[in-house]
Ligand binder design. Structure first.
Ligand code: OGA
Ligand code: ZN
Length: 367
């Protein structure tokens, strides 16, 4: 078996049979295209005057060697590397872990870690990042009562990423609240700040004190609800996963607006999150006729979301920090009696990409 030449590429005999590779792809990904120090691509395929075509190519035991026409260049590809690309699939990614969708019985299975252990034990840190990717939520205990404790915990996975209120936000009763979370009222099921173009990825809520009556926090796996909804209401699912609706967050000194889909899908077509926020949903500006089908779909989904079979309740205690995927994990809070004690949570965010980058790096270092 040898290399055979086609109009736009060539085929190579590999373990899975005669596999086709496009010429542009081969030339673009010639090993010489990558800088050995920075590991970045240093070749711009658009700099070629003509589209790459092989003049000749030969196979050795472990290499495919391509001599290019119109260019004084030879590419050498390891066959092991070509084997990896033989099947059309997304690039290998250790962080592309399947989500483990959960319901109310997740209360007993919630991943729990100690803050000090996470900062000294890399295996535990990897397990924590794994839980955040797979379950979307983890509970950390043992944080001291300081601003630094939250920063230290967040920095184990990435840099704090600013949001509307800045690097951090203080969830307690404010004199001039700009957000319902800064009151003692109930907070309906939501994901945080959908009015940002890219709403924050991973949320940290460090409980500094919680002695009030009420104020239990509720969490649910929005991906689990939406995947169930896909089965039961496929047409509604299609509407909510393709239609962008407006969100806003407006006050004297800021005016954020965005358009988001209620159901967010990943590159594989699986549900990766939701955008839900009654308090930040703007006046819907879809054509009124379109609303005839959009609203019923939203209402059916919203009712399912409220079903207790999906919810876990956590009464956060001083020294605990709940960490969760702000797109996937829908959360809310029951009202509390403001004068019955003290309630103070300090929050911040990192991005989801940082979580995955940290997880990949942790796994690499364990090998
Ligand atoms: C928030 C929030 C939960 C709580 O501030 O966005 O969801 O328990 N808070 O106060
Ligand atoms: Zn919130």
């Amino acid at each position: 078996m040898t290399v055979s030449f086609k109009e736009h590429g060539l085929t190579v005999p590999l373990t899975q049979g005669q596999i086709y590779f496009n010429y542009c792809w081969l030339r673009d990904n010639c090993p010489s295209s990558f800088d050995p120090q920075t590991r970045e691509r240093i070749f711009d395929i658009c700099s070629l005057a003509e589209n790459p075509v092989a003049l000749s190519a030969e196979l050795s035991i472990d290499e495919l060697v391509v001599h290019w026409a119109n260019e004084n260049h030879t590419s050498r590809f390891s066959l092991t590397w070509l084997e990896k690309w033989a099947k059309p699939s997304l690039r290998d990614d250790v962080a592309a872990l399947p989500r483990s969708l959960w319901k109310s019985d997740h209360s007993n299975k919630l991943a729990k870690f100690n803050a000090d252990t996470l900062s000294t034990n890399r295996t535990k840190l990897t397990q924590y990042a794994h839980a955040l990717i797979v379950d979307g939520i983890a509970l950390i205990s043992g944080l001291e009562d300081s601003n630094q404790a939250l920063t230290r915990l967040a920095n184990l996975l990435g840099s704090v990423r600013p949001s509307v209120p800045g690097d951090y936000f203080d969830v307690r009763v404010h004199l001039d609240p700009v957000n319902l979370s800064y009151t003692a009222s109930e907070l309906e099921l939501h994901t945080d700040t959908p009015a940002e173009e890219l709403p924050p990825g991973i949320q940290f809520l460090h409980c500094r004190s919680n002695t009030v009556k009420g104020g239990v926090t509720v969490f649910l796996d929005g991906a689990a609800v939406a995947e169930d909804f896909r089965q039961s209401n496929p047409e509604d699912f299609e509407i909510l996963s393709t239609t962008k609706i407006p969100f806003y967050y407006e006050h004297d000194n800021f005016d954020w607006r965005s358009r988001q889909k209620v159901i967010e899908l990943d590159d594989r077509g699986n549900v990766s999150g939701l955008t839900i926020s009654q308090h930040m949903a703007d006046v819907n500006d879809l054509p009124q006729k379109e609303l005839d089908s959009f609203y019923p779909a939203l209402l059916r989904f919203g009712r399912l979301l409220r079903s207790e079979k999906y919810q876990i309740q956590i009464r956060l205690e001083e020294g605990q920090c709940i960490v969760f995927d702000n797109h996937r994990i829908v959360h809310g809070r029951e009202a509390y009696a403001e004068n019955s004690g003290n309630r103070y949570l300090r929050g911040c965010y990192i991005d989801r990409g940082e979580l995955r980058s940290s997880y990949r790096t942790l796994v690499k270092k364990q090998k």
